[in-house]
Design a protein around this ligand. Structure first.
Ligand code: HEM
Length: 504
């Protein structure tokens, strides 16, 4: 008689013995005929899939996004209309560590949210910092190589890390954030997160504005010191995952308020720096935060691998009313994620339930490995077709964008408005004295094993951001202030030349 609670093989046939291999005689060898044993071993050998190249360690939860304020004059997106409630899935991650890394490392945190909207999935794939280290796609794989393992030793290397960061001065603001008290959040619930890039919004009249997305924690900001984090990592490497899971299980649902900043196309043209440079902030005093709604996380996944490990987010997933921008870093990401997921999960990864849209999908893609739905049955497989099946929807076309300039490999540092130190200096000046102390201690501690030439490079950047920042870091790192001042006169290339050698 059928018993649903009993062991079967992968096609449902009952299994008689799951403990004792079939052997030729009581002390003889295993026989090939133990096909259940072969199936079990073969499946086990194929259970590991590639981890995400970065952001490998993560935790996720479902939730809902409720719009509380009216921003319809900026966007036609249904998910952003007043009163709209949309189901979501969010994954939090560290960046540099592998899948088994400890949660409480000093690192930025990724936060990716999938909004299952009635017009298709919209993914906000951001971090807990308002800007990023670098701004050119070319540098992205190198950033990851620098912060991940050294090819010779197989160990993480502060020397590689700081060498790379200080050779690209645009990293400076982000380094200041990562080395500050915010570099190790107390929990995912206690941090803000940001879309970082400039995106666009366009309304029913097809009028475009540029926009940034911010999600501010309603739980308040709380962070860990290096000492607290070291102790926690020694006891519980899954500390942040546990915190999120347990809060949701006890009904203490974490919430974030979503805001946007808006810049008109005309304002962007006369902005004092490139508004599409992800290493720059838009000052709140100039571009105020406008409240939009609340994201609440309220349901834990039933299965980690199925729902968290197989989740696939991409900034390329936008819906009508939300668009991209000329940010060249964003443009690179539009390719990278889907490509990575076709490798990591397969070409049909959007059929995995956590990734599936909740609205009807008619995309003409057919076949491919693991096509486990009906593959659109007998519907026409080509377009245009005379049956008029699945025609394009020109009414959702975003407004055209005029671009200017010749095609070239532009270096933003050649732009006279480019200032890599303004945001870091602004941040230093608003820090309270105790936070300045923490920043200096963390930086000097993190750089303890790094050679002096690289410390000088960083000291000069601190000095250019704010002379006090430079003086205090130089003192903490045991550097000569005269030398820092001398090097600060050299300009970017001169500084690099003067600090290339560890025996400078
Ligand atoms: C050109 C720059 C970048 C490239 C090429 C890039 C590429 C990637 C790739 C290939 C993955 C793994 C995707 C997967 O296997 O599912 C990933 C994950 C991720 N990236 Fe980026 N990335 C870039 C910049 C950024 C920036 C600026 C942010 C934040 C604003 C960001 C946030 C994330 C997050 C949160 C994840 C993990 C998503 C998840 O939880 O599944 N990345 N990135």
């Amino acid at each position: 008689m059928e018993n649903l609670e009993k062991l079967t093989n992968e096609v449902g046939a009952p299994i008689a013995d799951n403990e004792n291999a079939m052997t030729a005689g009581p002390r003889g060898p295993v026989v090939m005929q133990d096909v259940w044993l072969m199936e079990k071993m073969a499946h086990f050998n194929r259970e590991v899939i590639p981890e995400r190249r970065m952001h490998a360690k993560g935790w996720g939860a479902y939730g809902k996004f409720t719009v509380t304020h009216d921003i319809s004059k900026y966007t036609r997106a249904k998910v952003l209309q007043p009163g709209a409630v949309t189901e979501t899935f969010t994954r939090f991650s560290t960046v540099a560590g592998e899948r088994g890394a400890a949660d409480c490392e000093r690192d930025i945190r990724g936060v990716a949210t999938k909004f299952y909207t009635t017009e298709g999935n919209w993914d906000v794939v951001g971090n807990n910092t308002p800007t990023f280290f670098i701004r050119d796609v070319h540098n992205f794989s190198d950033l990851n190589r620098a912060v991940k393992r050294d090819p010779r030793t197989g160990r993480r290397s502060a020397q590689n890390n700081w060498d790379f960061w200080t050779l690209l001065p645009e990293c400076f603001h982000q380094i200041t954030v990562v080395m500050s008290d915010r570099g190790i959040p107390a929990s995912f619930r206690n941090m803000h997160f940001f879309g970082e890039h400039t995106f666009s919004l366009y309304n029913e009249k097809n009028e475009r504005v540029w926009c940034k997305f911010h999600f501010k924690t309603q739980q308040g900001i709380r962070n860990l010191s290096n000492e607290e984090a070291a102790e926690i990592n020694g006891m519980d490497r899954e500390y942040h995952g546990k915190d999120l899971y347990e809060a949701i299980e006890r009904g203490d649902f974490p919430k974030w308020t979503m805001y946007i900043q808006v810049m008109t196309e005309a304002q962007a043209k006369s902005h004092y720096e490139n508004p599409f440079d992800i290493t720059k902030i838009w000052r709140h005093a100039e571009y105020p935060l406008m409240e939009v709604g609340v994201l609440e996380l309220n349901r834990n996944p039933e299965n980690y691998f199925a729902e968290v490990e197989q989740a696939a987010f991409t900034p390329a997933h936008v819906v009508p009313g939300i668009g991209f921008s000329p940010d060249k870093f964003l443009q690179g990401r539009l390719f990278a994620y889907g490509d990575a997921q076709r490798y990591r999960l397969g070409v049909n990864h959007n059929l995995i339930p956590v990734n599936q849209a909740k609205c009807k999908v008619n995309e003409y893609h057919r076949d491919g490995a693991m096509r486990v739905d009906g593959n659109y049955g007998g519907a026409p497989a080509y377009t245009p077709n005379s049956a008029g099946v699945w025609t394009a929807q020109p009414e959702v076309m975003e407004p055209p964008l005029a671009l200017e300039g010749a095609m070239w490999h532009y270096d933003p540092k050649d732009d006279p408005t480019d200032d890599c130190f303004r945001a870091g200096g602004d941040l230093w000046r608003v820090l309270t004295e105790d936070k300045k102390k923490i920043l200096i201690q963390n930086t000097a501690g993190d750089m303890a094993s790094v050679t002096d030439n690289i410390k000088y490079r960083h000291a000069v950047h601190c000095y250019l951001a704010d002379p006090e920042y430079g003086r205090r870091f130089a003192a903490a790192a045991g550097l000569s202030m005269d030398k820092v001042e001398e090097l600060s006169q050299l300009g970017h290339q001169g500084l690099i030349q003067a600090t290339l050698s560890a025996t400078m």
